[in-house]
Design a binder for this molecule. Structure first.
Ligand SMILES: [Zn+2]
Length: 429
């Protein structure tokens, strides 16, 4: 790679401006998590034969590159061995050990560090000032610390803490919302899992959700609790199995738009499938309840399957990778909405990105975004034009954008939304 490639963007020249606005066709970004087949790489190989149109270099950014299949890596290797002139590949990953050595040996490596707490604080304060929201510095500091160097996490924590009638960000409130859950509740939930008490599992998770608790924190504390149990347990295999499942759940929650359903369903699955221990026979399985739950999951899957977002013409050939929804975790992940959010974020619209966490997107005559968060709804309503712009440029969707604020309170709002398309909401103009 030539030295002149490495430098700060000026953000003023035509190249910089077109990249910033996402209009530069010589910069192509691909998410390898959903475009991981050899077909996807072949498409790139065909494209790189053509010279760049406006810029000096053609740049391919392959995100989550470790997700590529072995054959896709092999196809990519051929291009990397004899790269066409003026083409630059940027491979991004957090799991470098999963990249074949043959690929690694042809790469120049840059390690990105986590963002400092101080810089995250600055960014959060900027967002708060932009939104004219008063805040306590200690509260911002607390959020920045919790985010552990990840800006996106800090924004979604901020978003949660500002929801509903909170117009001022106070440390006390932040702690109440994202702070710990505590021994008693966690012990109750552990016992419910061990005794396969499905009602109890659902009610405890619901209770925590109603209190606005972070369900990831719940899973974290639950895991800690089972780790303690494992040390004392006679049957360590069973507890280890549970911990393993909780670990998977933790990583699935991150991409989920409906963590509540995901956590409930997963914990019931853990309680249902745990290996029979010698001292603790499997609790009576309530078949009716499981059937009802499976029915719910099926409905959610159908909903998500019929509301897939079309992709841009450029990616049309890559579409089929995403259409089959195979597990609850993938349903909750809802890749297309996530991708849409990321495209918005890529345009520097981080505020919009965080406003959309937890929102549901319905793609009909109108492009409808539904959220249960009033603050987020207002932010989205004020940015309808920008959302429409991303839809048009990235997906060739030319539809009016409508933001709806769902007021259904109390019990599992998102579940109601998913089941019943006639939910009550008021439109924010
Ligand atoms: Zn420039």
């Amino acid at each position: 790679m030539k030295a002149q490639l490495i430098g700060e963007p000026c953000n003023k020249c035509a190249s910089c401006l077109s990249i910033l606005s996402g209009e530069n066709t010589d910069v192509v970004e691909m998410d390898a998590a959903s475009n991981n087949s050899v077909e996807n790489i072949r498409q790139i190989r065909n494209e790189v034969m053509y010279a760049s149109t406006t810029s000096k270099y053609k740049v391919y950014i392959i995100d989550e590159v470790h997700m590529l299949t072995t054959s896709a890596f092999n196809a990519l290797l051929k291009t990397l061995e004899e790269p066409p002139e003026n083409v630059v590949f940027i491979l991004a990953t957090t799991e470098q050990h999963k990249i074949p050595v043959t690929i690694l040996s042809r790469c120049l490596r840059f390690d990105f560090l986590r963002i400092s707490q101080e810089n995250i604080m600055k960014r959060l304060e900027y967002v708060l000032k932009e939104e004219n929201i008063e805040y306590e510095e200690e509260a911002v500091k607390y959020i920045a610390k919790l985010a552990e160097g990840a800006l996106r996490d800090s924004l979604s924590i901020l978003d949660r803490c500002l929801s509903e009638e909170n117009k001022v960000l106070r440390l006390e409130k932040v702690k109440e919302i994202v702070g710990g859950i505590g021994g008693e509740i966690i012990e109750e939930l552990s016992e419910a899992i061990l005794s396969s008490d499905y009602d109890k599992i659902i009610s405890v998770v619901q209770q925590m959700e109603n209190k606005g608790k972070d369900l990831r924190q719940l899973v974290y504390e639950l895991t800690e609790n089972f780790l303690e149990k494992m040390i004392k347990a006679e049957d360590k295999t069973m507890v280890a199995g549970i911990i393993d499942e909780l670990g998977k759940l933790d990583s699935d929650i991150k991409g989920s738009i409906n963590p509540s359903v995901l956590v409930k369903a997963s914990l019931i699955k853990v309680a249902q499938n745990k290996p029979v221990s010698s001292s603790n026979s499997l609790g009576s399985v309530d078949a009716e309840k499981i059937n009802a739950l499976e029915e719910d999951i099926k409905k959610i899957k159908n909903y998500l399957n019929t509301h897939q977002m079309p992709r841009s013409g450029q990616n049309a050939g890559m579409q089929q990778v995403n259409t089959k929804v195979q597990s609850v975790s993938k349903v909750a992940g809802y890749k297309d909405a996530e991708e849409f959010k990321q495209r918005i974020a890529a345009k520097g619209k981080l505020k919009l990105f965080s406003a959309m966490s937890g929102a549901i997107i319905k793609n009909e005559e109108e492009f409808v975004i539904i959220t249960t968060n009033e603050f987020a709804a207002k932010m989205l309503a004020a940015s309808k034009a920008e959302i429409a712009e991303v839809l048009k440029s990235e997906y060739s969707i030319d539809k009016p954008v409508v933001i709806k604020y769902n007021k259904v309170s109390g019990m599992s709002k998102m579940e109601k939304l998913l089941k019943d398309s006639n939910t009550e909401y008021t439109e924010i103009e």
